[in-house]
Design a binder for this molecule. Structure first.
Ligand code: FAD
Length: 436
């Protein structure tokens, strides 16, 4: 595998309109949307939807090809689809530079506005789980909707009050009712991105993780598709947050929520070890989505860095690459460090993504880039506020907002600490129980 450090021409071309959207549609709305937390950036949503539908269609076709292959006896390989709004979606089958192109786009959109980017409709993480383990019939039933009609959202609900990093502690139960041939879900899911838009504001869906056998730990955990309008799936709360305030983050109560037997993704049987492909397949999707989160972090960091650099340049503080560090002012050295941190995170992200495009194992690189980008963006945006002094702290500039938008990248899709654990386990060859 060769790694190309220059952005491929095809991606440069794709990025031009994305840059225009980020600059002219997202940025001008940034402050207003942030100030009105539960307002939807509808103009942006409708503008992006036709493009998302096309990507969803390509993704569905790739997913169907894989699912048919799997149904015909070929083993399922847990091949994962990046999926996140617009994003869904590259699909390894379309290979080449699909994931690379995706992370470039997400970086640019998040440079525009990370919260607004998260409002892009699409099957998102829910779609990724369906794609990873669904049958051809399930793919048709659940994902076709994202290729037609009005904007729709998909979501994934794993986290619970007692189960965040420790996903094996999920308390939501799924009990099979043989008489009605339905699964009955009971429990509470919290912090579900786009949960309200998926269940109440569109004909979307949420993939809910529940246990069919608490004593079996992870092996008992299964994903169930809960469609919009299903009785017993109730949006109890929408969070008010520090950052990414445009993004909807919902609490979902499942109160005797009945879904057809066919809404279980994968096998109902509780299998441990290598047989537990459902859970492992879904976890595999994180190898594809963590570089996406890293790219989003880097976009926010770049916004803060560039703004700070340009504003300081107007006062005569310029970046000087050709001077030794001891001849630079502290502020100049800080600017260089900000840029270097973002570059380091971006290179790790490109490596994780290049491996994904080459269909090679990337769990280590995927966690590494997520850890690095989460830390880098948190530090860079705080530094930007620091360097701009009181002005950076006011709402006159977007710098304080970027600082607030940054931190989430170090929390969701595995916190910085959890991804550091994954890196350590992988390098040292420890199992989950040996190093926790
Ligand atoms: C805005 C937002 C959107 C989200 N979207 C979704 C979503 O769409 N779907 C979904 O299912 N979840 C979502 N989440 C939940 C998110 O994935 C969890 O918050 C995250 O996994 C951490 O879990 P927790 O909050 O329970 O924290 P905990 O697991 O309770 O962790 C608390 C702290 O302890 C640290 N910690 C925990 N275990 C260890 C360990 N073994 N070693 C060292 N440190 C440790 C953590 O890193 C963290 O700093 C979202 C969260 C937010 C804030």
């Amino acid at each position: 595998m060769t790694i190309e450090f220059k952005t491929p021409e095809a991606i440069e071309k794709q990025l031009q309109p994305v840059r225009t959207v980020a600059e002219n549609v997202m940025r001008p709305e940034s402050r207003h949307i942030d100030d009105h937390e539960h307002l939807r950036p509808l103009k942006f949503v409708h503008m992006m939807w036709p493009q998302v539908r096309q990507m969803e269609l390509a993704n569905l076709e790739a997913g169907l090809a894989r699912a048919h292959k799997s149904t015909n006896g070929d083993s399922q390989n847990g091949d994962s689809q990046p999926s996140n709004g617009l994003v869904s979606k590259s699909g390894s089958e379309r290979a080449g530079i699909a994931n690379l192109s995706l992370v470039h786009m997400i970086e640019m959109l998040s440079w525009g506005d990370a919260g607004v980017y998260l409002c892009i409709p699409g099957s998102a993480l829910g779609g990724a789980a369906i794609n990873a383990v669904g049958t051809p019939q399930q793919l048709e039933r659940f994902l076709r909707r994202f290729t037609e009609g009005d904007p729709k959202w998909g979501a994934m609900a794993m986290t619970e009050p007692q189960a965040g990093s420790d996903t094996s502690n999920i308390q939501t139960t799924a009990t099979f009712d043989a008489q009605s041939n339905e699964w009955v879900l009971n429990g509470q899911k919290i912090f579900c991105t786009s949960g309200k838009m998926a269940l109440e504001e569109s004909d979307g869906l949420v993939v809910v993780w529940a246990t069919v056998d608490k004593s079996a730990g992870r092996a008992g955990m299964k994903p169930f598709v809960v469609e919009a309008g299903t009785p017993g799936a109730i949006i109890a709360k929408v969070e008010e947050k520090l950052g990414i305030r445009a993004s909807d983050t919902a609490t979902i109560i499942l109160d005797n929520c009945r879904v057809p037997a066919e809404n279980l993704l994968g096998d109902a049987e509780v299998k441990t070890g290598h047989g537990n492909k459902g859970f492992k397949g879904a976890m595999k999707t994180f190898d594809a989505t963590r570089p996406i989160v890293a790219a989003s972090a880097i976009g926010v960091g770049r916004a803060a860095f560039e703004y700070t650099r340009d504003l300081l340049a107007k006062t005569g503080v310029r970046m000087e690459y050709d001077k030794p560090r001891w001849k630079l002012s502290t502020v100049q050295a800080d600017l260089l460090e900000m840029e270097a941190q973002l570059h380091a995170a971006w290179l790790l992200t490109l490596k994780a993504t290049a491996l994904l495009d080459a269909k090679q194992e990337n769990q280590l690189d995927s966690s590494m880039c997520k850890v690095k980008a989460g830390k880098a963006v948190t530090w860079v945006t705080q530094k930007a506020v620091e360097l701009l002094g009181p002005l950076g702290y006011t709402t006159e500039l977007l710098v304080e907002k970027w600082m607030r938008d940054a931190k989430i990248n170090d929390i969701y899709e595995g916190t910085g600490q959890i991804n550091t654990l994954i890196v350590a386990r992988t390098i040292l060859g420890y199992t989950r129980t040996q190093l926790k």
